[in-house]
Every structure is written in C-alpha cells, then in structure tokens.
Design a protein around this ligand. Structure first.
Ligand code: TXA
Ligand code: MG
Length: 338
C-alpha cells in the first residue's frame, strides 16, 4: 500500500476528539472505544485488552492482518505475572531494570491474554511505558473498572506497513479517516525515543532480541547478568522487511557516497538525512540534521514523512554509528530501504 502524501489537499475526517486529558482517553477505553495514545517510543492505537470487539476495531483501522499479535501495556512491572507465566528470572530482572521504559517482553501467556490479542500464539508481549499520559490513562482506567492489572492493547498508530507516528498530528494523518468521532486522541507531545521498543523473547533459557530499540543487547546482558541467545522460535509477523517504508525510495549511503552522488546530479527531489556534521550536497533537500544518535532516532520518522509531504522521490540516509540506539535506527532504515 503506497502512502498518501499529506499535503494541504489531503481530505480527512478531522473530527476525532483530541485532548490532553488522560481521563477523557480512559473513559473512551472503558466504554469500548479506541484511543490514540502517546508513549515514549511512538504513538499507539489503544483498546481495552479485555474487549474483543474494541480490539477488532484496531485491526480494521490499521488494515492489519488478524494473526499479527499486539503489545499489551500495563501500569507497572508487578502486573507482568497476571499476563505472563512462567516469567523467567532474567525477565523479572529486565522488567525491574528497564520499566517503565522502551522495552517489550514476550512471555508465555496466561488466561488474561485472549487469542484476539496474541494472534492465536501462546505468548504475550507486555510493556510498561514511561509516558505520563499513558500512565495516567492506565491509572484512571484501573480505578474506574476496579482492575489494577488492566491492559491496553496498542500497536503503533499507523496504517499497516507505514511509518510509525511520533507526534499527535502524524497519528491523525494516519488514522483520522478511519476513527470515529467518539474515539479519542490524547496529545502527549512529540515522542522522546522516536523508534519502537526493543522486543525481547523471554520464553527460552536466554533472552533473544526480536526487534532492536533504544534498550540495547549489551544493556540487557548487563542488567540481567545473562548472555543473549541468538535464535528464537517466536514468530514476529510485524517485523517483515518492507515495513516502515515511506513512498520515497530510501537509499542507505556513506558520507563519501553522498558527496560523490551529489557531484553526478543535483536534484531538488532528493532528500538527505544525516548527522549534522555531514554536509548537504548542493541542490539536495536536507530533511534533518540530528546532532546525536538519540536525536537521529527521535526525528527519523518525521523526516521520512516530510520526504513524502514534499513529494521527494529519493531519500539518501547516512546512518549514525551503530552503538546505542544507532543499531535500531539502522534496522528501521534498512526496512525503509527494502
Ligand atoms: O514501542 C512500541 O513497541 C510501540 C508502542 C505503541 O508501544 N508499539 C508497537 O507495536 O510498535 P506494533 O504492533 O506496531 O509492533 C509490535 C511488534 C509486532 O511486530 C508484533 O508482531 C510483535 O511486536 N509482537 C507482538 N506480540 C508478540 C508476541 N506474542 N510474540 C512475538 N512478537 C510479538
Ligand atoms: Mg508497528
């Protein structure tokens, strides 16, 4: 599915109730409606994880295949055993070390986690977000329904295969025409991390990274005092190559190649994403100039969206160094380039 450039002519239903009040989102979720929610990584499209019909609307809105499982967001690490069992001791150590934060743990599921969330798999992905907006929603929802371990099932708030939104406006660009007026968008500002959480398979004797994120394999090994495993039987359907792709063709390049290409051709339909110390060749459109790898992750998806809004045909991306969140940035760029 090609994404629609969202210029001023884009026509969408903009009636979705937008608010900065977590209670309004909690009420919508309580009543079985959807809420677009901020997290520290990317915006999510949430429904109560114990309401099959509400969760079904997530799949319909995103155009997401039904066998792609969802992450359940809970308020606190102490609720992990409500959703997953058995939880290996290294997973408990990771929850203690990194929650709330950009880490998702895949564990065998309990009866709380229905087939309609797990895509029929016998595992469940659980995360505790540090975003005060989402934490507020979970707190209000838990109090209203009398269930402290309540979960919010939420994938990234983009159409299937598209770039994840990192601002409320980008989430609206993705979903406004498929949400109902009584669904709610909670505006929690731009996302701090900018790329999706690290997903770790915790069903075996050692943790295995299924999707890289800001929490690195090295940090996981240190925090849980374990060696990473390298192969996992767990299926992760949403991490197909070709995800995270804008309409513009993304080409991963080096600083030298960038300079060389520009001497061949100057072209106002070509964009550049690179760290700030890498110069923009004449005639190309600079989409972002992050100073650090963390900045790079934070602005990457907005830059890819900007490329489409400007109707660029190509984006030349020089990845940041591979340490820290750099590995996750390279992973997403590689997918965008597929
Ligand atoms: O940062 C994030 O993780 C964001 C925010 C909103 O929390 N969420 C997110 O969700 O990225 P989504 O659905 O776009 O990506 C979740 C990935 C998918 O690739 C899905 O296949 C995988 O997690 N996943 C979910 N449950 C799983 C499970 N039980 N086993 C293996 N993979 C699972
Ligand atoms: Mg996603």
């Amino acid at each position: 599915m090609a994404s629609t450039p969202l210029g001023p002519s884009a026509r969408f239903n903009r009636d979705v109730h937008t608010t900065d009040d977590p209670m309004a989102a909690a009420v919508a979720l309580r009543d079985g409606r959807l809420a677009v929610l901020p997290t520290e990584t990317v915006y999510g499209l949430g429904a109560r994880a114990d309401m099959p019909r509400a969760v079904a609307r997530i799949y319909a809105a995103k155009g997401r295949p039904a066998d792609h499982p969802l992450i359940v967001h809970v308020a606190h690490a102490s609720y992990l055993p409500e959703w997953g069992h058995p939880v290996p001791s290294y997973a408990t150590a990771l929850a203690r070390a990194f929650w709330p934060g950009p880490l998702t743990l895949v564990v065998p599921r309990t009866a709380r986690a229905g087939d309609f969330i797990t895509g029929g798999q016998d595992t469940i992905a659980v995360r505790v977000s540090s975003h005060p907006g989402l934490q507020g929603v979970l707190r209000h929802l838990a109090a209203m329904i009398g269930d402290p371990a309540v979960g919010i099932a939420a994938p990234s708030a983009n159409r299937f295969g598209q770039v994840s939104p990192t601002t409320a406006g980008h989430a609206l660009d993705e979903l406004a025409d498929v949400l109902d007026p009584d669904d709610v968008l909670l505006d929690g500002g731009p996302c701090e991390v900018g790329v999706e959480s690290t997903i770790v398979d915790c069903t075996g004797t050692a943790p295995v990274v299924l999707r890289p994120g800001q929490v690195t394999a090295g940090a996981i090994e240190r925090a849980a005092n374990v060696r990473m495993g390298h192969s996992s039987p767990v299926r992760t359907p949403g991490t197909l190559p070709s995800h995270y792709a804008p309409s513009a063709r993304v080409i991963i390049t080096s600083p030298q190649e960038l300079a060389d290409r520009a001497t061949l051709r100057t072209d106002a339909s070509v964009g550049v994403i690179a760290l700030a110390d890498i110069a923009t060749p004449p005639g190309l459109v600079r989409l972002s100039e992050p100073v650090t790898s963390d900045d790079y992750a934070r602005v990457l998806y907005a830059a890819l969206r900007e490329a489409d809004a400007l109707r660029l045909t190509e984006v030349l991306a020089v990845p940041p160094p591979r340490d820290g969140v750099g590995a996750a940035v390279l992973d997403r760029l590689t997918r965008a380039a597929t």
